[in-house]
Structure formats: structure tokens, C-alpha cells
Design a protein around this ligand. Structure first.
Ligand SMILES: Nc1nc2c(c(=O)[nH]1)N[C@H]1C(S)=C(S)[C@@H](COP(=O)(O)OP(=O)(O)OC[C@H]3O[C@@H](n4cnc5c(=O)[nH]c(N)nc54)[C@H](O)[C@@H]3O)O[C@H]1N2
Ligand SMILES: Nc1nc2c(c(=O)[nH]1)N[C@H]1C(S)=C(S)[C@@H](COP(=O)(O)OP(=O)(O)OC[C@H]3O[C@@H](n4cnc5c(=O)[nH]c(N)nc54)[C@H](O)[C@@H]3O)O[C@H]1N2
Ligand code: SF4
Ligand SMILES: [Mo]
Length: 699
């Protein structure tokens, strides 16, 4: 039973991360209760604190309930007609003065498939601009690029999460899933209960690393060398799977030669991981009958993230740990619809169904579904950071939906300044985020529980997120916003506000593409636990496991890519002697726009901090709780010190969930990966100093 009319309980999914935990919602005395939904297989009833408290953001006291427009510098309430008229005029005037590409669109991986699809279509058809990208570029774009290069297809995990509990060994690289996807930790616990081994690679001894048999703690930005060092040992010890390499791969000689240049002692010097630990990891990985490598943002958010993931894939291929039951490489995607959001056209180079904008056949197919001429579709645009960096110069007006870059973009002070320099900014959001607060028009939209839509979780499982409660009267859905704007821009048709109608069109647009959803319908996923794409027709069961018979390359073979280690864009030096890495804590989500509005979560994680090893702290005279100034070549942030022996003594860590003085992204380096255009969030050089308190200064 999915929608129980007697109790009013509705089965749906969490608004936050890519696990898309199943939950049920029950309206009770004017409030919405989150209740367990044990039958949903991914989380089996378990929820983290964010999921449990998600309904608090539905409260009218914390969210936007009416449109706002800027009048002589301040935002004031407005009608929907006035607000939409202002947005249409703002976008149109930039277009008419400077040309179509003067209008930018920025989306998010939290948007449903329907919204991501409609946003991409809106940019290309209603605005005619090439300048669209989204925050997923900051998330898993490096893994996506590496996936495409090696396997010919990008689906984060090529197998269901449940397989993780049944393999023999998992190397988990730069994921702190005990805090970022807590219910998934159970699969790792089960892995070990079943006799499997867990290796965690993280510069910090996180809660996840504590659950491991072996914890490797490399210097940030050196995972590429680490993977190559392991591959070197695999070859030296004769543990390659020659039959698999011969039958199912291409490019091994070149990749092998590149790995052989990374001998263990050199790798120890680069990474700081002792050679005996490298040997132990190889033994665990190769002794098991099956094994997996899973990566998350640690190795991916680097200016060499694509090559780094490529090196881990090479390790899997050389040992025959890919394209087989219970073996393979997977990326743990992050946002609620991080997977689907990267498939249906809000990315700069992409059309729905994971098609390429520069592929004539793809243009023709999608243009036919959209009822436009293929020639009218613009070409690929800029990547997320490059787009933000161009605001106020050649991109003069921006429509933003589902992201808060003032907090989350790299080199955020510069990005904020670029946003402020726009001629016109419109933001559709649920709350008045730090970015929405800078807008000329703010459009208040409905949230997860107030609207129906589909998301695709980290396994590639397409799910129905159902509407469970009525939205407040003053808000509209993102789809209704696009519908209203398109009409004002002369497109009365083609932008329906009904999500199922949009999904039906998405099915046709994705048909025959890499991410083929054409066999998936609302009716079907309403009664199943989701369907794994590709699913090319209604009788097709979906594809939980990819690549078992062949990889998705033209010749069916996986491609080794010869990769070599290189330095981070910024290494520690005399002026900036410490490495900064950034990431997440359990109780805040992303830019914090939603979770900072939940009292229980704020009590658990009230503000920014700098995690420092006691030895490093001592060198700078920093004590527990002291305010620390962290400076990089981009700027300065200040936050209290948290001393802990669980982090390397050459590295500090800051979570990025807060604006203001403690904003980690004031410091981060926007150096981009040449292939994925992923910024280097995970490593930059900083210097530290203790900030004297006012009382001390006065003494
Ligand atoms: N609580 C919470 N959960 C979330 C989110 C959230 O904001 N809060 N966001 C969601 C999203 S969108 C995402 S993308 C995921 C992210 O999920 P994760 O990737 O698990 O999260 P991070 O904390 O960014 O990074 C993971 C780990 O990488 C380590 N790390 C840092 N530098 C390096 C390095 O150079 N190499 C290696 N190997 N490791 C390194 C960090 O110490 C950190 O422990 O989480 C999702 N879930
Ligand atoms: N230093 C550092 N920076 C990072 C990272 C890091 O590890 N280190 N990680 C990066 C990663 S992986 C990510 S994914 C980004 C995420 O960073 P952001 O892109 O800023 O993501 P969110 O904070 O989730 O922002 C989503 C915004 O959209 C709103 N919203 C939620 N649902 C909807 C909806 O359905 N419609 C609309 N219109 N709005 C909605 C929310 O209220 C919020 O304001 O941060 C990146 N930034
Ligand atoms: S793990 Fe992710 S999807 Fe599950 S309840 Fe927590 S935030 Fe929601
Ligand atoms: Mo992410």
C-alpha cells in the first residue's frame, strides 16, 4: 500500500542525499510526521537525523511563502504575476541587448528528473542559450567522466548497494558514508560480518575509517599515486588477471607501463602511506574472490579527479574486478537526484537520455521530441565554475534553481562578487538562501513532500517521490515556474506543469539514449521498489547490474587509460605551509540552506570549525576552541579550532556548510580538472594563525 487513505500515510523518499531513503509521511494535528518505511530495500527503515527531521523545513515559519521582488534595494512581497513578469523581462532584456548567450541558467542535482529535464529544455528552447550548467559539476563530474572513458557509460554504481555486503573486499576511497549516508554503513558492517574486508582511504580517521580493517591516510590530493602504487604491486606480484585483460579490455600495455613508473617507495614518499600498508591493501584486495572499489568526493574533487578515478578503475580492470558479479568500480553519487540530474540535459554539453549536444543524431532525436529544428539548438556551454566566473561580464542575467553558490562554490567571495555584478538575478528556492537574498526576484517553490516527481538514486534506481501534503497557498512548483516563464517568453506550449506529463516526454526524449528511461512509467514505479535504467521498454525488467556481458564501448571492451601522478594545483610551500581539505558533517546538508533551519540539527552541528592535529596546533600556539584564521591565496576564514589526533598533522579540515566568516569556500581553489571541469575542493595550501581575543588585545 503506497497511499493509505485510512491513515493518510503516504510512502515517499527523503529530500536530501542520493541514498533516497524510503520513508512514510503522516499528517498529524497540522504537522507532518516522518515514519519508518521498512519495506523499502535500500535503507530498510533506517533514517539519519536529517531525514527524520526533514518535515520541519515544510513549516511556513522557516520557508518562503510568497514571491519577492527588489524595489529600491530591498526585497518586498509581490504577486506571482508581477514576479514572473519581472523575471521574463529581466531575462529578455539581457537577451535583446547582448544576445541569447547573455542569459545563464544554473540548476541542481537535487532537482527531480522532471525539473532537470524541463530546465535544460527551457534554456535551449525558450531562452536559446548555451549557458546552462549545474552544481553536479561540483559533485561527481570526475567520476562521470572517468566512467564514460573506461566503460562507455556513466551510471555511478553498476550494481545495487546490497551487492556491497556480499563481495570479498571493498576499497572505499574518500567517502565518509558513516556521516554522509549513515544507513549505508550497514552494508559495510554486513560485509565484515560475512568475512569480507574493508579498506578506507581518507586523510582523516573518520567514523567510516574506524569501521575498516585497514585505514590508509594519504596526503590530500595523492590518491592517483596511491592507486598507481597498488597497481604496480599487483603487477610485480603477478596478481593480474591476464585472461580478463585479454578478453574484456583494451589499452593495458600503456596503462601497465604508466603504473610501473610508480614504484612503492616513490608512492610512499608522495602519499605518506607506508609500503607495508600498500602491500597489505593489495593482499586484501587480491586474496578475495571478488572485490570492489568505491569512490566519493575525496579523490574526485581534485583538479586531476578524472585521472584519479581512472587509476582506480585500472586497478579493478587489471585484477579482473569489473564486469562480473560482486566485483567492480562504483562512485557514490551525492545529491538526492545526483544520478538522474546528470542525465537529462541541465549539464552544459548534454541532451536528455545522457545524449551529447554535439552529436548530430542526438540533436535530431531530441529536437523532434521538442518540435523544433535541430539547427535551433545551441551548442555546448561553459562548466559551472566558468559560468559563475563569467557572470556580470558576458553573462548578464541568471536564472538559478536548486543551488546556493554563495556558500558552496569554490573561491566563493569572488563568485559572490560576480553574482552581485549581474544585471538581473532570479532565484527559485524553498528558503531565502544566501544566494536568493541577492536576487532581484525570488520565486518561492514547493518541496519534496508537496509535489510528485522522480529521482534516480545512487544505484541508478528510478524512484517515485510522492506528494504527501498540500503546499502553502503562496508557493508554486518549479515546473509551474518554468511554465509561467515560458509562456511569457512566447512558448505557450511545451512546458507542462504536470510532472507525469513531463516524465512521459522525458521517456520519449531518452529513448535509445545511454540513460534510457522509455520503459519506466509512474504506474510502474508506484508499485515496484524503483526500476534500474536502462529500461528500454515496459516489459523490460530494468538493469540492476551493468557490464556483466559486455562494457558499453563500441567494441564491448573496457578501456584502460594510461594515467600518471601529478601534483595538486597548489602544494604546500613556505608561504602557505599547510594543506586544507573540506567536506561534510553528519547533521548539516550542503550549503546548509535547509538544515540550518532545523533546531535539532543546529544543536548537533552549530557552526564552522577547523580540525587540527595537536602537533600542528602546538606549532602555532593554537588551543582547543581558539579562533583560528585560515588564509589561502583566495582569502581568509576564521573558525574555532577542534584538536584531534584523527587527522594528518600536515592537513586541516573544514566543513563547508556555513556562510560568513567561517565559510570554507572563501579559501578553496577553483583550479579545474581538464576533462570534467571539477574544481579542486579537496586540496589547497593555507597558513594558520591564532586570532587574539579582544580582551587579550586590550591587555
Ligand atoms: N551529512 C551530510 N550528508 C551528505 C551531504 C551533506 O552535505 N551532509 N551531501 C551529500 C552530497 S551532495 C555528497 S556529494 C556526498 C559526499 O559524501 P562524501 O564524499 O562521503 O563526503 P565529504 O565529506 O565531502 O568527503 C569524504 C571524505 O573525503 C576525505 N578527503 C578529503 N580529501 C581527500 C583526499 O585527497 N583523498 C581522499 N581519499 N579523501 C579525502 C575527507 O576527509 C572526508 O572524510 O554526501 C551526501 N550526503
Ligand atoms: N568546500 C567544498 N565545497 C563544496 C563541496 C565540498 O566538498 N567542499 N561539495 C560540493 C558538492 S558535492 C555539492 S553537491 C555542492 C552543493 O552545494 P549547493 O549547490 O549549494 O547545494 P544545496 O545547499 O543543496 O543547495 C540547494 C538549494 O536549493 C534549494 N532547494 C532544495 N530543493 C529544491 C527544489 O526542489 N527546487 C528549488 N528551486 N530549490 C530547491 C535549497 O533550499 C538550497 O538553497 O557543494 C559543493 N561545494
Ligand atoms: S541518509 Fe540521506 S536519504 Fe537517508 S535519511 Fe539521511 S539524508 Fe535522507
Ligand atoms: Mo555533492
Amino acid at each position: 500500500m503506497n497511499a493509505d487513505v485510512t491513515t493518510g500515510t503516504v510512502d515517499t523518499h527523503c529530500p536530501y542525499c542520493s541514498l533516497q531513503c524510503g520513508m512514510s509521511l503522516r499528517p498529524e494535528q497540522g504537522r507532518v510526521q516522518v515514519v519508518e518505511r521498512p519495506a523499502f530495500p535500500v535503507n530498510r527503515g533506517a533514517l539519519c537525523g536529517k531525514g527524520r527531521t526533514a518535515a520541519e523545513v515544510l513549516d511556513q515559519r522557516v520557508r518562503l511563502t510568497e514571491p519577492l521582488v527588489r524595489d529600491r534595494g530591498t526585497l518586498r512581497p509581490a504577486t506571482w504575476d508581477e514576479a514572473l513578469d519581472r523575471v521574463a523581462a529581466g531575462l529578455d532584456s539581457a537577451r535583446s541587448v547582448y544576445g541569447d548567450d547573455a542569459v545563464g541558467v544554473f540548476g541542481g542535482g537535487g532537482l527531480t528528473n522532471e525539473k532537470a529535464y524541463a530546465l535544460g529544455k527551457f534554456a535551449r528552447v525558450a531562452l536559446g542559450t548555451s549557458q546552462i550548467d549545474y552544481n553536479g559539476r561540483f559533485c561527481m563530474s570526475s567520476a562521470a567522466a572517468a566512467h564514460g572513458r573506461a566503460f562507455g557509460l556513466d551510471r555511478g554504481m553498476p550494481f545495487p548497494l546490497a551487492d556491497v555486503a556480499r563481495t570479498g573486499c571493498v576499497i572505499l576511497v574518500g567517502s565518509n558514508l558513516a556521516e554522509t549516508m549513515p544507513p549505508a554503513l550497514r552494508y559495510l558492517t554486513e560485509l565484515r560480518e560475512n568475512g569480507g574486508k574493508l579498506i578506507v582511504v581518507d586523510p582523516r580517521r573518520t567514523k567510516t575509517a574506524e569501521a575498516a580493517d585497514l585505514h590508509l591516510a594519504p596526503r590530500p590530493g595523492t590518491d592517483l599515486a596511491l592507486a598507481l602504487g597498488l597497481l604496480h604491486l599487483v603487477v610485480a606480484q603477478g596478481r593480474t588477471d591476464e585472461a580478463f585483460i585479454a578478453e574484456r579490455t583494451t589499452g593495458w600495455p600503456e596503462a601497465r607501463a604508466a603504473a610501473m613508473a610508480h614504484w612503492p617507495e616513490l608512492v610512499e614518499r608522495i602519499t605518506g602511506v607506508p609500503v607495508p600498508e600498500l602491500r597489505e591493501a593489495v593482499a586484501m584486495f587480491c586474496d578475495a574472490d571478488s572485490s570492489m572499489v568505491l569512490t566519493a568526493r575525496g579523490p574526485e574533487q581534485q583538479a586531476k579527479g578524472t585521472d584519479t578515478v581512472g587509476a582506480w578503475i585500472n586497478l579493478c580492470l587489471a585484477t579482473g574486478r569489473a564486469g562480473r558479479e560482486l566485483s567492480g568500480y562504483g562512485c557514490l553519487t551525492g545529491q538526492g537526484n545526483g544520478q538522474g540530474g546528470r542525465e537529462h540535459g541541465q549539464k552544459a554539453d548534454q541532451l536528455p537520455g545522457y545524449r551529447k549536444l554535439d552529436d548530430p543524431a542526438a540533436r535530431e532525436h531530441v529536437a523532434a521530441v521538442w518540435g523544433v529544428s535541430p539547427d535551433s539548438l545551441p551548442g555546448p556551454g561553459r562548466s559551472a565554475y566558468e559560468l559563475l566566473d563569467a557572470l556580470g561580464t558576458d553573462v548578464r542575467a541568471l536564472l538559478l534553481m536548486g543551488s546556493n553558490p554563495v556558500v558552496s562554490a569554490p573561491r566563493a567571495a569572488h563568485v559572490e562578487e560576480r553574482i552581485r555584478s549581474l544585471d538581473f538575478l532570479a532565484v527559485a528556492d524553498v528558503v531565502l538562501s544566501e544566494t536568493a537574498a541577492l536576487a532581484d526576484v525570488v520565486l518561492p517553490v514547493t518541496q519534496w513532500a508537496e509535489e510528485t516527481g522522480t529521482t534516480t538514486n545512487l544505484e541508478g534506481r528510478v524512484l517515485l517521490r510522492r506528494r504527501a501534503v498540500d503546499p502553502p497557498p503562496g508557493v508554486r512548483t518549479d515546473l509551474a515556474v518554468l511554465n509561467g516563464l515560458a509562456a511569457r517568453l512566447g512558448h505557450e506550449k511545451g512546458f507542462p506543469a504536470d510532472p507525469e506529463e513531463v516524465f512521459e516526454e522525458l521517456r520519449r526524449a531518452s529513448e535509445g539514449g545511454a540513460a534510457d528511461y522509455s520503459g519506466i512509467s509512474y504506474r510502474r514505479i508506484a508499485s515496484e521498489d524503483g526500476v534500474f535504467w536502462p529500461c528500454p521498454d515496459e516489459t523490460h525488467p530494468g538493469t540492476p547490474r551493468l557490464f556483466l556481458d559486455r562494457f558499453a564501448t563500441p567494441d564491448g571492451r573496457a578501456r584502460f587509460v594510461p594515467v600518471s601522478h601529478r601534483a595538486s594545483a597548489e602544494e604546500a610551500d613556505a608561504e602557505y605551509p599547510v594543506l586544507l581539505t573540506t567536506g561534510r558533517v553528519l547533521s548539516q546538508y550542503q550549503s546548509g540552506a535547509q538544515t540550518r533551519r532545523v533546531a535539532e540539527l543546529n544543536a548537533a552541528a552549530p557552526g564552522p570549525f577547523v580540525q587540527i592535529h595537536p602537533l600542528l596546533a602546538e606549532r602555532y600556539g593554537i588551543g582547543e576552541g581558539d579562533r583560528v584564521a585560515v588564509e589561502s591565496r583566495r582569502g581568509r576564514a576564521v573558525a574555532p579550532a577542534r584538536l584531534t589526533g584523527t587527522i594528518r598533522s600536515d592537513t586541516v579540515f573544514m566543513p563547508f556548510h556555513w556562510p560568513g566568516e567561517g565559510r570554507a569556500n572563501t579559501l578553496t581553489n577553483p583550479a579545474l580538472d581538464p576533462t570534467s571541469r571539477m574544481p579542486e575542493f579537496k586540496v589547497c595550501a593555507v597558513r594558520l594563525s591564532r586570532v587574539a581575543e579582544a580582551a587579550e588585545v586590550a591587555d
